[in-house]
Design a protein around this ligand. Structure first.
Ligand code: NOJ
Length: 548
């Protein structure tokens, strides 16, 4: 039986635009070189001006920072590096005054090994916290199996005191939590409810598809009890308030996404899935094994997600986050056409159905960085460098992958102005500022009506003004075309038409009639003629209908 199509817009997050902040790199208020909560508060006016509705804050809880906060040692306190609980309350309140909600990052797959739970757990097998983690018997040097951790090495670590291995999908300092244990689950719910009471607007759930693991069967992703756990989690916490919840799910397919984001609200609001963003790597290999972007496949993937979730789930729309390289360097052109291609990528994405996420600096067209190896800070980058050297890769080849894909590309300090350290800090930044900050910075773009910033601002305004952005049904056009990404979004009384030239060659596009029947809402070139000849990276968005 065909499922009922139910397009509904009563949820605030369906017309919202989210801005992601990586706190350590956003704004430093106390000049210790690391961004902090007061720094964010000082920049809220900028974000209000941009027009966003919510901030997704990467983790700010107490943490030894082995993985920059994705290793939490106290879920109910703020790391002193970022401020205090009082600062967090002030952030929630100050953001609220500007109609901006705060989305916290929940890291529920693992804790830090310095969390009191783990400190207890490793004391003895009888300790009540022992079963909060995933343990297997074995002998020193003989791993329970050959599973590997995402940041390299075995996924098992020996603890002599209990003569057992614990399981960790990420670093050795990020032991996996055991979701099979109902007591652990209850502690997690209590902690989430603590934050709900503090007034947060929602949660982003780190690698949520990996919580229901079964390492004996080598299952980490989409484990058998995953959706059962998510439904219980949602019932015990999220459903108590009007929140947005977004699950990071590398293993999601559109079928699974319909479960996660079921319009009945039984799990989450939406998933953050990566199918489109993993296309430029060799099939079956790691992200470091670079391959050109297969453009046809990109269109196919976006089209499939747009169509299959229509009325049955909800998409996140993104090019960037704190784990991904900068999109303008990756699939745009950060040299001759930086501004044009950054805007094209924004227009292409923001016309689609779903909730757009803007990662700090994306609205300025910030680019990748090319550090010397000694300057990289990210645990994943440092590990892959050593691992590949050992495997015999040439240094140049490794550096080429790192320049293209290191997570530090996204983590360079926010470029606020052309002054010292780009206005990020008056101290010594924890990671070097990208040297192009005099050319690319917020202060300059606020003054320039043709800037990338203004393009993002306009796109956010358009989403608020035209309901078709939220509700319209997606249809891909010119499916076989090898340079043009074009689609429509249609509702009862209007249609949006988006046409983007993804490359640097000028091309004719056979969509004159359709385009010129409407009005031009936005484009990335100033002088748009009544001709469907698209210049390098040219993007246009047309609208036709009776309102507004
Ligand atoms: C996904 C996060 O986005 C990433 O930054 C982190 O390293 C891993 N999960 C582990 O928490």
């Amino acid at each position: 039986m065909e499922d009922k199509i139910s397009v509904n817009t009563e949820k605030w997050w369906k017309s919202a635009v989210v801005y992601q902040i990586y706190p350590r790199s956003f704004a430093d208020s106390n000049q210790d070189g690391i961004g902090d909560l007061q720094g964010i508060i000082s920049r809220l006016d900028y974000l209000e001006h941009l027009g966003i509705d919510a901030i997704w804050l990467s983790p700010v809880c107490r943490s030894p920072q082995d993985d920059n906060g994705y290793d939490i040692s106290d879920y109910q306190d703020i790391d002193p590096m970022f401020g205090t609980l009082k600062d967090m309350e002030e952030l929630i309140e100050e953001a609220g005054k500007r109609h901006i909600r705060i989305i916290m990052d929940l890291v529920l797959n693992h804790s830090s090994d310095e969390h009191p739970w783990f400190q207890e757990a490793k004391k003895s097998r009888e300790n009540p916290y022992h079963d909060y983690y995933v343990w297997r018997d074995g002998a020193a040097g003989e791993f329970p199996n050959d599973m590997r951790a995402a940041f390299g090495g075995s996924a098992w670590e020996w603890v002599p005191g209990v003569e057992q291995y614990y399981f960790h999908q990420f670093s050795v300092k990020q032991p996996d939590l055991n979701w099979e244990n109902p007591k652990l689950r209850q502690e997690i719910y209590d902690m989430i409810n603590f934050w709900i009471e503090k007034g947060v607007g929602g949660f982003r759930l780190d690698v949520i598809d990996q919580i229901a693991k079964d390492p004996d069967r080598r299952i980490t992703c989409n484990g058998p009890r995953l959706h059962e756990f998510l439904q219980e989690l949602s019932r015990e916490t999220f459903q108590k308030a009007d929140l947005v919840t977004v699950g990071e799910a590398w293993g999601a397919t559109p079928e699974l996404a319909k479960l996660y984001s079921n319009p009945d609200g039984s799990e989450l609001s939406m998933v953050f899935q990566f199918e489109h963003i993993c296309l430029d790597q060799m099939a079956g290999k790691e992200k470091w094994d670079l391959a050109p972007l297969p453009f046809g496949k990109l269109k196919e993937v976006f089209g499939r997600w747009q169509t299959q979730l229509y009325g049955k789930g909800w998409n996140s729309l993104f090019w960037n986050n704190h784990d991904l390289p900068r999109i303008v360097s990756r699939w745009g052109n950060d040299k001759a056409y930086r501004v044009e291609s950054a805007k094209m990528l924004a227009i292409l994405l923001h016309g689609m159905q779903g909730t757009p996420y803007i990662y700090q600096g994306e609205e300025l067209g910030m680019t990748n960085v090319r550090y010397e190896m000694e300057e990289y800070q990210d645990i994943e980058t440092l590990n892959v460098y050593q691992e590949r050297l050992k495997k015999g890769y040439a240094k140049e080849e490794i550096m080429c992958s790192i320049h293209a894909k290191s997570r530090d590309n996204a983590r360079t300090p926010m470029q606020w102005d052309g002054g010292e350290n780009a206005g990020f800090t008056a101290g010594i930044p924890w990671i070097r500022v990208n040297s192009n900050y005099r050319e690319i910075n917020a202060a300059a773009q606020l003054e320039d009506e043709d800037s990338v910033f203004q393009c993002y601002r306009t796109l956010i305004c358009l989403r608020k003004e035209y309901p078709v952005f939220v509700e319209g049904e997606f249809q891909m056009l010119l499916e076989e075309d090898e340079t043009i990404f074009a689609y429509t979004r249609t509702d009862q009384d209007s249609q949006l038409l988006v046409i983007c030239n993804f490359y640097d060659k000028t091309v004719n596009v056979p969509l004159e009639e359709q385009a010129f029947a409407g009005k031009l809402l936005i484009s990335n070139y100033k002088d748009v003629e009544r001709k469907m000849v698209l210049r390098p990276y040219e993007a246009r968005m047309y609208w036709m209908g009776n309102r507004p």
